[in-house]
Design a protein around this ligand. Structure first.
Ligand code: SAH
Length: 265
């Protein structure tokens, strides 16, 4: 009897970075270039998919608020099934796969199925937004602590998850993922928690992409300003004194404006 083990493939759970395709890691890019299958999310740049071999299969497994195209269990099953077929699978996820990315659930599914996997970190959107909007998440003399929190969580989807609210009084910089839809509720809750209304706030949308937009304000003013500017998703809310530095350090949007002025001449 032949007990030869059927070789299964390998799954690379890769962080694509915050948006701009050249912010992926070299290791992540190498994995894409070797892939038989790429399972990707909505926030992944299409030009990264072009890096996969021409014959590689590209499977969209993303979810965007309101229109879940695949449930997490289905994503897990798809990734595992492809690897069981002996394929090299890249599971490409926006930002870092383990920062509010459910990458660990996919890794656990691989582990349970006995499939070899590797997790390749990515630049998370908080760090991408910090660098490209000129907001240092920590800064000597201004902030020595930063907390990443998510406002997404309530099952009904009707209100933000504010389980982290107490952190807001201790972390000097707060980065809120998936919260822009509830900006007014979040800022009101923070002020009710005793955070001064004058605390600087930035909403950074499409961070590191050509369309990046930063709206600046305070806890009191930001909701109205962001509504007026119609900032699109995906967006992050950054709260803290460090936001003040954006005016001096927002090199990316300034460069773009200078280009636009130059082109108009
Ligand atoms: N794993 C990702 C986060 C996925 S959760 C990471 O490491 O960044 C999705 C949320 O991330 C969005 O709702 C938004 O709050 C944030 N996000 C992702 N990409 C973004 C971008 N380019 N600009 C601003 N926010 C972004």
């Amino acid at each position: 009897m032949n007990h030869e083990r059927i070789p299964s493939g390998k799954v690379y759970i890769v962080g694509a970075g915050p948006g701009a395709p050249d912010l992926i890691t070299i290791r992540g890019l190498a994995a894409i270039r070797e892939a038989d299958v790429v399972c990707y999310d909505a926030l992944v740049s299409p030009s990264l998919l072009d890096q996969a071999p021409p014959g590689a299969e590209r499977i969209y497994v993303g979810k965007r608020c309101g229109c879940h195209s695949m449930k997490q269990e289905e994503v897990n099953r798809t990734v595992v099934a492809q690897a069981r077929d002996g394929k090299t699978v890249v599971r490409l996820k926006g930002g870092d796969p383990l920062v509010f990315g459910r990458g660990a659930e996919e890794a656990l599914a691989c582990a349970e199925a006995g499939i070899e996997f590797e997790i390749v970190p990515g630049v998370c959107s908080a760090m991408g937004a910090g660098s490209y909007a000129g907001i240092p998440l920590t800064h000597r003399g201004m902030s020595s602590s930063v907390a990443f929190v998510t406002a997404h969580g309530s099952r009904s989807g009707e209100s933000p998850d504010l389980g982290w609210i107490r952190l807001a009084t201790s972390a000097e910089t707060l980065v809120i993922y998936m919260g822009s839809k509830w900006l007014g509720k979040i800022t009101a809750a923070l002020m009710a928690e005793g955070i001064p209304a004058s605390r600087p706030v930035a909403v950074v949308s499409n961070a590191t992409n050509a369309s990046q937009t930063t709206v600046l304000g305070t806890l009191e003013t930001i909701a109205a300003r962001a509504a007026e500017a119609h900032v699109p998703a995906p967006a992050l809310i950054i709260i803290g004194e460090v936001v003040r530095l954006s005016e001096a350090l927002n090199w990316f949007e300034r460069q773009r404006e200078e280009c636009e002025v130059g082109n108009a001449k």
